[in-house]
Design a protein around this ligand. Structure first.
Ligand code: UGA
Length: 449
């Protein structure tokens, strides 16, 4: 099938690259002309494992192309994926102006009927509004646009693997024909008929993904309800961690045992600095806002958000307890991205830590495998080191803010010899407290003795 992707951010590029690998012909467009030029030259504007490989092979096979001309992209596809951003407004509501803009473009530029797939994360009822807007904007052409909501559940860092091996594919439709078209688009994924860049065609056996056909409103709600529930789980684990500290228990022991109950599940119970990124914080806010607009008070979600915001303060209680005076101290910050395996720094708890360290007068030496170029522009006063051991040299404390494997695997014996003081404040619970103490470190983490 010929597919158009509007919006070459993380979701658009991953969707375009994976669907091209699955055999479709994909044309991508974006209002950012520089981004399109970079993609046309073979560059990849974001870091996501396997994305460069996939885009290169799709390009070589002639299955993916890029154009800055949205009209051309719109006319060339029978199916249009809308993957534009829906950032939060100051009141938490999702800003849908980019979706409205794209609706107008589609209605004016299209010359034939299209299936419009809303992939951007949006509040419930957006799909219905989108269809209404498309009808209004195209009243002169009389073209027919069908709208589908197809939320994505990709995690940054493992997005390609998630796309090819999804737990579920949700399609919110208004008619059977749209459901059939969606089945057609995802058939290679459902039948595992693709060359997997992650497992090189020896994908682990697993259940085939389920394609769930729902209403458009339900599909939109599923996305927000899923992300918000995961955020809730993280905040729950963080409160348990605080409780463990007061009572003298170990949060890892508690959450591991909890997670063995299949009704609870072991994932997203890692205590620490809390959740960041461009999805959870904004989706939680948008969901609270949406509930408020229809008179439903989402108190538990408000509490999850509050708990998350307090994580930085909890972290600094440990910093002050350990360092006493922060002013003038040289500290190493390990990790700037909002989580491991990504260069994304949006709403990253690590940046909140760095900013607070500056407010308190510390000298910050930081290391992150991928995120440093993005942070440099925002925080030029940080000293950056590609090699984490260089960031640790002469530091009076190390603060672990992102769960990268390179930090998990650090040789602390070596690091200890380089540091001015053997002190680690671990915001991601990466190390064994017993082992760190054995190596002569003062070691602080969340919810563990
Ligand atoms: C999240 C969802 O997991 C995806 O399913 C969804 O598609 C995506 O949002 C989206 O809406 O686009 P992502 O933001 O990439 O994916 O990151 P997660 O892996 O979910 O992690 C979010 C944050 O929670 C990170 O800051 C991470 O460090 C933190 N986290 C995660 C914890 O603090 N504890 C945990 O146990 C798990």
């Amino acid at each position: 099938m010929r597919l158009s992707v509007i919006g070459c951010g993380y979701v658009g590029l991953v969707t375009g690259a994976c669907l091209a690998e699955a055999g479709h012909e994909v044309v991508c467009t974006d209002i950012d002309k520089q981004r399109i030029a970079q993609l046309q030259e073979g560059g990849v504007p974001i870091y996501e494992r396997y994305l460069d490989k996939l885009l290169a092979s799709a390009r070589k096979a002639g299955r993916i192309s890029y154009t800055a001309d949205a009209g051309e992209a719109i006319r060339s596809g029978d199916v249009i994926f809308i993957c534009v951003g829906t950032p939060p407004k100051p009141n938490g509501e999702a800003d849908l102006s980019a979706i409205d803009h794209v609706a107008r473009q589609i209605a004016t530029e299209a010359r034939s009927a299209k299936l419009i797939i809303e992939k951007s994360t949006v509040p419930a009822r957006t799909g219905l509004e989108l269809r209404r807007a498309l009808t209004a904007y195209s009243r002169n052409s009389g073209l027919c646009f069908r709208v589908v909501s197809n939320p994505e559940f990709l995690r940054e860092g493992t997005a390609i693997e998630d796309f090819f091996h999804p737990d579920r594919i949700v399609v919110g439709v208004e008619d059977e024909a749209s459901a059939n078209d969606m089945r057609q688009i995802y058939r290679p994924i459902l039948e595992r008929a693709f060359h997997c860049p992650v497992h090189n065609s020896t994908c682990p056996p697993g259940n085939a993904a389920a394609l769930l056909v729902t209403t458009i409103n339900s599909a939109e709600l599923i996305k927000h309800a899923s992300n918000s529930f995961l955020a809730l789980k993280i905040s729950y684990a963080n409160v348990i961690a605080d409780l463990c500290e007061k009572i003298g228990a170990d949060v890892e022991e508690v959450t591991r045992a909890m997670g063995l109950d299949p009704r609870i599940g072991g994932q997203f119970l890692r205590a620490g600095l809390g959740f960041g990124g461009f999805c959870f914080p904004k989706d939680v806010q948008a969901f609270i806002h949406l509930a408020g607009t229809v008179g439903v008070d989402f108190d538990i979600l408000k509490a999850a958000e509050r708990v998350n915001k307090q994580r930085i303060e909890r972290f600094f209680e440990k910093v002050r307890q350990a360092l006493w005076v922060v002013k003038g101290k040289r500290v190493a910050v390990l990790g700037l991205a909002f989580k491991g395996n990504t260069d994304d720094i949006r709403f990253s708890p690590a940046l909140e830590v760095v900013k607070e360290l500056f407010r308190e007068g510390a000298q910050v030496h930081a290391s992150d495998p991928e995120a440093m170029p993005k942070v440099k522009a925002l925080l030029p006063e940080v000293h950056y080191h590609q090699d984490p051991y260089e960031a640790l040299r002469d530091a009076e404390a190390a603060m672990v803010c992102t769960e990268w494997d390179v930090f998990r695997d650090l040789d602390w014996e070596r690091a200890g010899k380089l540091m001015a003081r053997r002190l680690v404040i671990d915001g991601r619970n990466l190390y064994s407290p017993a082992r760190m103490r054995q190596l002569g470190f003062e070691y602080y983490s969340f919810g563990r003795e």
